[in-house]
Write a protein that binds this ligand. Sequence first.
Ligand SMILES: [Zn+2]
Length: 205
Amino acid sequence: MLIKYGVPLLVFWLPVTGAAQVVCALGSGASSYKASADQSPSPDAMQLITRTNAAVKAICVSSCPEVVVFRNSTASNLMLIADAGRAKLVYAPQAFAAVHDRHGDAGIVALVAHALGHALDDGLGAAWIDKGWTAELRADAWAGCTLAKSNLGSADLPAALAALADYPSPSHPKWSLRQQAIRSGYTHCGGATPFDTRGGKSKPQ
Ligand SMILES: [Zn+2]
């Protein structure tokens, strides 16, 4: 499957009623985002996003969200925006570089899996989704499911979890709650690599 800038990755159905709406923003600075600065994604980033998308496709199959991808240095680390009936995945290149330096490919895959998890959550239900979970925890659970479908190696899963822990949204609850949600999605979607219960912040700030 060939995916290009501006070409929808998936079929999308977030309810949209006009103005662009930030569904998720990892990190701070979402209020500084200027859509006019959207640019085409870099090939390196697109490769990892496409890899994540392949795992997402294994979950949603024929009823997948439609997502277009942009690079934008005014964005927070990673944003999912509902805009005029489609979803925009917008990444800050400086953030992606930092995530990749620290956590490698698996770190990027994990953060993209969380953002796309919001879109999955909007259209799919699952028995393993706890009704008490917030939208961020449900997206984490779908990220866990996506990681399970991502053929990660044994060293990749801890890196993925550490990236998720290091780059929360401002409305995320504490890591122990997030870990339960990620684990639920991961195990119910057939994750084979032992889930590292010691996962968590890899840096103090
Ligand atoms: Zn989120």
